[in-house]
Design a protein around this ligand. Structure first.
Ligand code: SPV
Ligand code: MG
Length: 286
């Protein structure tokens, strides 16, 4: 089942409950997010690029990202929130992107206000932003071409990533909401939640606020929700967990000459059959 049939991000945001999304880079990762009882999958540009051993620097094409997001949405029934960077270029690229993503069953995209090609927010480099009015135009274009009312556009500001003041993040997000954004994402690389708390104190509540607490992970979800956050994205923890775990397993196999020592801590084949929904496939054959 895809989220064309299932619950949309819009419905989750409108419920007033905290929405928790977790990053993934393929269909299996998306299914694991759903299986864990989380609300949405973040089709992370960082994870999807890393899965190709490439930096998150706008190297992959829209088609590359869309293919992964669509496969994720096919594998699970919770909404996939597609991280579409800058929208892959200018307003025309944004229009094309929204049409293609919506056609593939994606119900939410997140576009950010950096210059194309962007660089991952945690890289110590330039994070130049486009002018506020130019990004508002992208948001308006995205909203004007969507075909169904359930499609959601999250407008993300990188103002704090670019070292600008909370006041600018607030001004940008206010204008993005006025341009039609269904939610705003305020990203931060601070090791404290303090800039986000100041943002929330100044936010008028026009649309829901989304955060990505990668560098301030100690802020509990319940407390963040209480402070006015509607959605939290745990953007890359699955990938980081997988890398650590696979490395440890491979080292053990290399050093011990057998896989005996890892057998108790790796998934049995039967679990993989379940994730493949093998029973259902075999029923088709019968
Ligand atoms: C991603 O996961 O690709 C994101 C979040 O956009 S960040 O890596 O923090 O930029
Ligand atoms: Mg990204």
């Amino acid at each position: 089942m895809s989220s064309t049939d299932g619950v949309s991000l819009r419905a989750l945001l409108e419920s007033g409950r905290l929405v928790r999304a977790v990053g993934a880079h393929n269909a299996l990762g998306a299914l694991l997010v759903e299986e864990a009882g989380l609300d949405a999958v973040w089709a992370s540009s960082f994870e999807i690029s890393a899965a190709r051993c490439l930096p998150d620097a706008g190297l992959l094409t829209m088609t590359d990202y869309l293919q992964v997001a669509a496969q994720m949405q096919e594998s699970c029934s919770i909404p996939v929130v597609a991280d579409v960077d800058t929208g892959f270029g200018g307003p025309m690229n944004v229009a094309h992107m929204v049409r293609q993503y919506e056609r593939e069953g994606i119900t939410a995209v997140c576009i950010e206000d950096k210059v194309f090609p962007k660089m991952n927010s945690f890289v110590a480099t330039d994070h130049t932003l486009v002018a506020t009015k130019d990004f508002c135009h992208k948001v308006e274009v995205a909203k004007s071409v969507q075909r169904t009312s359930r499609f959601c556009v999250i407008a993300r500001t990188e103002a704090l990533i670019d070292g600008r003041e909370v006041a600018e993040a607030l001004d940008r997000c206010t204008r993005y909401a006025e341009a039609g954004a269904d939610a705003v994402l305020v990203h931060s690389k601070s090791t404290s939640n303090e800039p986000i708390l100041r943002f929330l104190a100044g936010w008028g509540g026009q649309v829901p606020v989304v955060i990505v607490p990668t560098t301030y992970p100690d802020w509990n979800a319940v407390d963040a929700h209480g402070a006015g956050v509607s959605m939290i994205i745990y953007a890359n923890q699955s990938l980081r967990a997988a890398i650590r775990s696979v490395r440890e397993t491979l080292r053990t196999i290399r050093d011990e000459g057998t896989s005996v020592a890892v057998e108790g801590r790796i998934a049995p084949i039967s679990e993989i059959f379940e994730l493949q929904r093998l029973d259902r496939w075999l029923a088709v054959e019968r």
